[in-house]
Design a protein around this ligand. Structure first.
Ligand code: ADP
Ligand code: ASP
Ligand code: MG
Length: 423
């Protein structure tokens, strides 16, 4: 039997009981003859708690120190998990990201993996160990500083190790039974998807379905690593993400794969921008130079009387302060009037490859929102996705309305959420 990489998220190892439960599962995989590499996240909401703590001592914490702090969370869970496995009579060794050979660039808080050299992991496996790796972290190639991969980054660690070690599968264990047609915390009637293509999963993930991180799906697609998303709390089969049939699961031919929502973004509006060439370029250059990724962009028609226009864009809330600071510095060069910052927004997206060939999807989406009394503030589309920005307060109702309108509600059991706080 081959090598498997298993990743356990924070909700699966939230307390000592959780760690012992997971340790048993890992030992079972080893007993069935697999070579087992485990990637583990920080316990429960540890990462959020560490972030809160950092912000109490500094509003914009220094990137290098922030990463040093956050990686402590995964070091705690990796060591405890190795202890729990040893307590069951099996050999295990834990490794930090750096020890496991996860080499990254040096962009703190959202580093990219540029190489994986898991020599020590191979040796540990050859010696009969279960290898436990701290997720979400690496070491920068040039400065040899500790880095983190961005929130949810343990998913990426798992797939990157699976690719480097040529694993037969990367199993992502979480607190729900797989990937659903919407977040089961929001839509009780969400349906579990048995099998989904990399493309559709990529679009769901980048639209906010945090059950898998989009970078991890990108990585899996590039190296063709099948991902099996499943619950660590049940024995049920989960969702296969791949481009080939897996585990006897036929490809689902749905027009719509699901509805995603994201409340982690904020909207910045640059008010009163002179409507002439080069202004948008200056604004977005300032944002790019601050290493901030943006999502949607909308420019209004300029008012004929003033020749001024407004430009709005969305970005992660965590980058809000940095963006405002960067834009303030261009105020004179651009000559805009003011900046507005709004973090009470939500993005709702409808995703599905069948959209390309089925007219009326956009109309149906907007009608569902209108019937639910939800106002649309921004719109953006890709070939297989439509996204809108609404008020954050409307998000639950909007997602449920769209989910029903596209016939995605299940008739059977309600989707189970086994753990986690949804934070
Ligand atoms: P972990 O701690 O295992 O990394 P996460 O909280 O990152 O878990 O991801 C699992 C959560 O993702 C679920 O509890 C669920 O609330 C949320 N989620 C969002 N969209 C979906 C979806 N389409 N299918 C399943 N879960 C989803
Ligand atoms: N602990 C990190 C986070 O909460 C990484 C992860 O869980 O994937 O974002
Ligand atoms: Mg996660």
């Amino acid at each position: 039997m081959g090598l498997v990489v298993q990743k356990y998220g924070g909700s699966s190892v939230a307390d000592a009981e959780g760690i012992k439960r997971v340790a048993k599962r890992i030992v079972d995989a080893k007993k069935s003859g697999h070579r087992v590499v485990v990637v583990v996240s920080a316990m429960g909401d540890t990462t959020d708690e560490l972030i809160d703590l950092a912000q109490q001592v500094s509003p914009i914490p220094a990137g290098r120190e922030f990463d040093m702090l956050l990686t402590a969370g995964e070091r705690i869970s990796m060591a405890l998990l190795a202890m729990a496995i040893k307590n069951l009579g099996h050999e295990a060794q834990s490794f930090t990201g750096s020890q496991a050979g996860v080499i990254t660039d040096s962009v703190h808080n959202k580093a990219r993996i540029i190489d994986v050299t898991p020599g020590r992991i191979r040796t540990a496996l050859d010696e009969g160990n279960i290898a436990i790796v701290a997720g979400f972290q690496g070491v920068s190639q040039d400065k040899k500083d500790i880095t983190t991969l961005g929130r949810g980054g343990s998913d990426t660690t798992a797939v990157a190790l699976a690719a480097a070690l040529e694993a037969e599968v990367c199993e992502i264990y979480t607190d729900v039974d797989g990937v659903f047609t919407a977040d089961p915390r929001v839509v009780k009637k969400a349906r579990k998807i048995n099998r989904i293509s990399f493309e559709d999963m990529l679009e769901l993930a980048s639209s906010g379905s945090k059950v898998l991180l989009h970078r991890c799906v990108e990585y899996a697609r590039r190296y063709n690593i099948p991902i099996h998303v499943r619950s660590s709390f049940s024995g049920l089969p989960g969702t296969w993400v791949s481009n080939e049939p897996q585990g006897n699961q036929p490809m689902e031919q749905a027009i719509i794969s699901g509805v995603a929502h994201d409340t982690s973004e904020a909207k910045v509006t640059v008010v009163g921008v002179p409507d002439k060439p080069g202004e948008a370029a200056t604004i977005f250059r300032a944002i790019a130079d601050a290493q901030i990724n943006i999502d949607m962009v909308v420019q209004n028609v300029s008012a004929a009387s003033t020749g001024l226009t407004d430009i709005s864009f969305t970005l992660p809330k965590t980058e809000g302060r940095k963006a405002i600071q960067a834009l303030e510095q261009t105020k004179e060069a651009i000559g805009f009037e003011s900046l507005r910052y709004d973090d009470q927004i939500a993005k709702i997206s409808l995703v599905g490859a069948g959209m390309k060939t089925n007219p009326g999807v956009t109309a149906g989406f907007f009608e569902a929102l209108a019937n639910a009394g939800v106002n649309i503030e921004l719109i953006s589309t890709s070939e297989i996705r439509i996204s809108v920005v609404t008020r954050a307060d409307d998000v639950g109702e909007a997602v449920r309305a769209v989910h029903s309108a596209f016939g995605l509600d299940s008739e059977s059991d309600e989707a189970v959420v086994y753990g986690g706080t949804g934070r």
